[in-house]
Design a protein around this ligand. Sequence first.
Ligand SMILES: Nc1ncnc2c1ncn2[C@@H]1O[C@H](COP(=O)(O)OP(=O)(O)OP(=O)(O)O)[C@@H](O)[C@H]1O
Length: 387
Amino acid sequence: MALAGPAPIASPLAELMPADLPLREHVQLQGLWHRYANATAGDWTLQGIDLALHQGELVGLLGPSGCGKTTLLRLIAGFERPERGSVLIDGRAVAGQGRWLPPERRGVGMVFQDYALFPHLDAWRNACFGLRRGQDSSRASWLLELLGLNGLEGRYPHELSGGQRQRLALARALAPGPSVVLLDEPFSNLDVEVRLRLRSELPAVLSRCGASGLIVTHDPEEALAICDRVAVLRDGVLHQCASPRQLVQHPATSFVGRFVLQGNLLPAQRCGEQVVTALGSLHAKAGSSLLPQGGAAGDSEEVLVSPEAIGLHPDAEGEAWVQGREFLGREWLYRVQLGDLKLRLRLPLEAEYSRGQRCRLTLRPGALGVLFPSQQALQVGPPAQRP
Ligand SMILES: Nc1ncnc2c1ncn2[C@@H]1O[C@H](COP(=O)(O)OP(=O)(O)OP(=O)(O)O)[C@@H](O)[C@H]1O
């Protein structure tokens, strides 16, 4: 039976807003700079972040450990103050532009990795915890039902499984009707099956609630699988924020290509209309010409190719060697070393090579690549004709 949602709850910020303001962007981050008190002068944790979350969308925040993901959530929630720039929620500044709203007045829900439930409150009282005095609790019971927790209202957190606890944490975050929910690695304490199920349910739950979500993860596969858009951070700098498809097809920087797509970066040199790498040559796609070299003069160029684009040929005289492999179920993921280059190759199950195997590597005919810094799309040409 389809669950009918309760009437939408006005954001706590609604009274501050002009009535005719369209709620198209729930959160806007404008030129956010932040550094912690113990940081040295030029040591910024976040550097000029511009980002918007549209109503009902789930945006992933992806980046290596220490790049500033949690800090960004803390700035939106109001646990940290930005040094420069502003945070707008539902069109109104809550930090910056001479304004400051404390966390409890921002109308933001939070879900943490460790659930952060109150151990002395049962599931029902945990779910209702964030409701304002006199606020209708029917939304909390609707959420418990939506999240499959009906019948468990009287249980305490220690009487729930990890997956049930995280569902309860989500219900608690959504019960007051926030316009945005911040989720900090919410699935990382869960086993694989529960994690996959919960993460696939999250976009639908948020959209049923009309809330937008910003979810921190350092798993590129997770971000690409469930998010409408993914923001990629490195060292406090936003490299790209785009749809998963856009990220995969048009990575803005070589870092995005390497980190998000797990691609290989090959040093490259131009030779006429060819881009030459240690594994073979590529040319501009669709017969077009190579663009002039992008970036600052003298910048070296690199070609990004996927782990599927490289072929491995056993050869006792070869310069490359197999460092290790992982069984992925339907294929192998090989780690291969060629000089200073550490490469990742995805090969079919028939391709069984042991550690230490000497080999030659080639780019597969027709494989695609991206040239950085110009971001030009490239393709591996047909193999050279033998005389
Ligand atoms: N309270 C704090 N005081 C000082 N420095 C901090 C504080 N919190 C975080 N940092 C530093 O700020 C940087 C960014 O930390 P943050 O927790 O935002 O990274 P993250 O991307 O969420 O990392 P992870 O994926 O490991 O959780 C790190 O160098 C961290 O050491």
